[in-house]
Design a binder for this molecule. Structure first.
Ligand SMILES: Nc1nc2c(ncn2[C@@H]2O[C@H](COP(=O)(O)OP(=O)(O)OP(=O)(O)O)[C@@H](O)[C@H]2O)c(=O)[nH]1
Length: 543
């Protein structure tokens, strides 16, 4: 599906959901009126139902574009609570409750037509692209960067002045802009290009800066204009490539996985749709008793949980989640129409990390979730990722291989693993030094990370040895992918001690279709093929 089709699809799904919600309002309003009248006739037990129903409506109406109805529902809830607390029941409060429920009913009737005819415009799914715009004042550097970035599979467009770049932004959005602080003396600094800066910010295009000298004032200006990186001459190309890959991934890939639990099914669906439209994978947890299995299966990075639910409360379910070692650090954020801060804090004490008050604005929901996801990912990366390359550490990538091997056995699909080792790496270290050796390792790591699919995993297996785990991938798919990576890697020019040099790697592939007894056996087979690739002269991939 193209991104434009996706956008239309989300619009239609939001509109359909809103109509379904509005379709339930008349019954809910009628029920509130009937309950209030029954309370007036002595059926005190209905008071709890009025509180629960109006509480739910006060949380959901705003989300579906009916803020004034949400405020009215909140008024009904407060009045019903006041009535519950008055002993004996105050006649005036009871009368007020009846009037408010009738008022709510009339308002439902009057907004229904308008709401049904109001189109819902939602955030569009982002277009994925790999286009980088370069705006540099050094032709040699531009050529060098273009070549190196192309080797990483990026498309490059070069601009020589700010205004042409600004004009082009009207028609198309690149995935990243890399610009010099100054292009030439007449154009002046990029910080004076207000139209360009405004357009980049509006389109949320990641922006990296290059400066011929390190200057604190320039760094402050860059931070003020939200540049994501600032590189100073001489350019550390591998570090810069790593940052580019990171920014591109942030924009197009790791959008995160979230579970939503809310007893209001339509509201849960709305939250899920809102997050999905922003590219975040989302699963609605509908069955509390299935909660742990669903979470373990979906592997979310965050849980959004309603506080008050009829069978089990949010804190109770959070307690159950925290009983499982694997889920101890999974962030939980409560979503609730509860406005009482004391209640909110009490709920937080039961293993949750944050609290959001309903109704929640869609953009705010997406922002809060994105910030939370980024933070928890940073923490996880510290634990699981290798500090030099940013790839998964040895033990973790072995676990991935094990998990995918078992998954492949269950599903009948193939998984391939690749052992990959840089050729004659010792001589790189010996000739140019350990630091340059590190540059070669990080460059290959960046390239692997950037070239594999989202579902694939790359790990640093040893010093200059890497392990790739490729689910749903047979030998015939793995081979061309690795050949392309090898071709790109061998075309990268490294500079050290006034010389240019090139590197290659050897790789061995094993696929689960060869009927291995376990993941260890499959890894040993890939290692064996790697050894053969080395003996046959290196610079090749063997399956
Ligand atoms: N710079 C750097 N070097 C490392 C790192 N980890 C391991 N090495 C070096 O990698 C080299 C590996 O060399 P060998 O295993 O002999 O293999 P090779 O020279 O790559 O030769 P072949 O694999 O046979 O092509 C050793 O010199 C290690 O010191 C690291 O993190 N950084």
């Amino acid at each position: 599906m193209t991104s434009k089709q996706k956008q239309v699809d989300y619009k239609q799904r939001f509109a359909a959901l809103q109509q379904r919600f509005i379709g339930t309002l008349t019954t809910k309003a009628d029920r509130l009126c009937q309950l209030a009248k029954a309370i007036a006739q002595g059926e005190q037990s209905f008071l709890a139902e009025v509180i629960a129903d109006s509480h739910q409506l006060s949380g959901s109406c705003g989300t579906f574009g009916q803020k004034s109805l949400g405020d009215l529902a909140s008024g009904i809830e407060q009045t019903a609570i006041a009535l519950q607390n008055s002993e004996p029941h105050s006649d005036r409060t009871l009368q007020l409750l009846i009037e408010l429920t009738e008022h709510f009913q009339r308002n439902v009737a009057s907004v229904i037509d308008t709401a049904l005819n109001t189109p819902v415009v939602k955030q569009a799914a982002e277009q994925e692209n790999n286009l980088i715009w370069l705006l540099l004042n050094d032709a040699l550097l531009t050529d060098d960067l273009s070549r190196q970035l192309s080797a990483f599979g990026y498309s490059i467009e070069v601009f020589t002045d700010f205004s042409a770049c600004c004009q082009a932004l009207d028609a198309i959005s690149p995935a990243l802009i890399y610009s010099a602080v100054e292009l030439d003396a007449t154009a002046g600094s990029v910080f004076k290009q207000t139209d360009l800066l405004k357009a980049m910010q509006e389109k949320q295009i990641p922006w990296m800066l290059y400066s011929p000298s390190d200057d604190f004032d320039l760094r402050i200006l860059a931070a003020r204009h939200q540049a994501q990186a600032f590189y100073v001459s001489p350019l550390d190309i591998p570090a810069m490539l790593g940052r580019i890959t990171e920014l591109m991934q942030l924009k197009s890939e790791q959008k995160g996985r979230v579970c939503v639990m809310d007893d209001d099914a339509l509201l849960a669906e709305h939250y899920a749709l809102t997050l999905q439209a922003a590219g975040i994978e989302c699963m609605v947890l509908a069955e509390p008793r299935q909660l742990i299995q669903d979470i373990l299966h979906f592997q979310p990075e965050l849980i959004l949980m309603d506080l008050h639910m009829p069978l089990y409360s949010g804190p109770e379910l959070a307690g159950v989640i925290r009983q499982h070692d694997a889920l101890k650090s999974l962030p939980i954020v409560y979503l609730s129409a509860e406005r009482d801060q004391a209640q909110q804090l009490k709920a937080m004490a039961f293993g949750a990390d944050d609290f959001m008050t309903k109704p929640i604005d869609d953009a705010q929901l997406v922002k809060v979730v994105q910030v939370r996801l980024a933070r928890s990912r940073e923490l996880r990366n510290l634990i699981e990722k290798d500090s030099l390359t940013g790839l998964i550490k040895h033990s973790a990538i072995k676990e991935v291989a094990q998990l995918e091997f078992e998954r492949a056995k269950r599903s009948g699909k193939n998984v391939s693993v690749v052992m990959l080792d840089i050729d004659h790496f010792k001589s790189v270290n010996d000739k140019y030094g350990h630091a340059i050796g590190d540059v070669v390792i990080t460059t290959l790591a960046t390239m692997l990370q950037q070239r594999i699919r989202r579902t694939d995993k790359a790990g640093r297996y040893g010093g200059e040895e890497f392990l790739l785990v490729l689910p749903n991938c047979g030998r015939q798919d793995a081979m061309p992918m690795l050949e392309t990576i090898l071709e790109s890697f061998r075309s990268i020019v490294f500079h050290a001690a006034g010389q240019d040099f090139y590197c290659t790697f050897s790789a061995g592939v094993a696929c689960s279709d060869a009927d291995f007894s376990d993941a260890e056996a499959m890894l040993a087979a890939a290692d064996e093929r790697l050894y053969q690739a080395k003996s046959l002269g290196r610079n090749r991939v063997l399956a």
